[in-house]
Design a protein. Structure first.
Length: 220
């Protein structure tokens, strides 16, 4: 499969929580830069490592494969990375900066650290992790006791990011949809965006038309 060219300076899109080959094809054909494979078993988007290995092999050259894990120990990471060819690790739990550094050193892969925002008091975590992560992902903070750390389908207050800059690449997530992503990019200055539930017709079921509409709106 040939992927469409991406214009310099355009917004990069990650389609997260893909569970089938059709989702990969739709993401690649629309011009996404990344796909996310979810290795958190409680998630409706979970892919077992053996299944994820098949999906990763299906991805065309140039489509980066990101492994999403939540507070994994080394054994959990070994199970995934021994089987699945991954380009980047996404840590989406309560991992400390020290743990992010350990994972980077142990596996020799770039690490994206997800940080949930609910208010300005959460911004300090972004600054703390910027020193050790290769990329940051800014998501909606899950409420206390929530079964999932992300994928809530709810946005946070984008004005929290207005005018803020980081030295490392960062990605905007949290309830983005084809109808809202352009405004989110305008308000935050994000050059990368992440979507999961916003391109689904049911929990864990991606829709090719929604993927195309999201990428088109994000990169317009």
């Amino acid at each position: 499969m040939t992927r469409p060219p991406v214009s310099a300076g355009s917004v990069a899109v990650k389609i997260c929580g893909i569970t089938d080959e059709a989702g990969i094809d739709a993401a690649a054909e629309a011009g996404a830069r990344y796909i996310g494979l979810n290795f958190f078993p409680p998630s409706p988007r979970y892919a077992a490592p053996e299944r994820a290995a098949v999906l990763a092999a299906h991805a065309p050259l140039g489509l980066a494969k990101v492994a999403l894990l939540v507070d994994p120990d080394d054994a959990a990471l070994d199970v995934v990375l021994d089987v699945v060819p991954i380009d980047m690790i996404q840590l989406h739990g309560h991992e400390s900066p020290e743990r992010v550094s350990e994972v980077r050193a142990r596996y020799g892969l770039p690490v994206m650290k997800a940080i949930g925002l609910a208010g300005p008091e959460d911004l300090a975590l972004l600054d703390a992790h910027e020193a050790v992560a290769d990329q940051l992902l800014v998501d909606t903070k899950a409420p206390p006791g929530a079964p999932l750390p992300g994928g809530t389908g709810m946005p946070f207050d984008w004005s929290l990011l207005a005018g803020r800059k980081w030295r490392k690449p960062w990605m905007l997530a949290g309830g983005l949809k084809p109808e809202t992503v352009a405004e989110a990019v305008r308000l935050t200055g994000a050059r990368q965006v992440d979507v999961s539930s916003g391109v689904e017709v049911a929990r864990g079921v991606k829709d090719a038309d929604l993927i195309r509409a999201f990428v088109a709106a994000a990169t317009a």
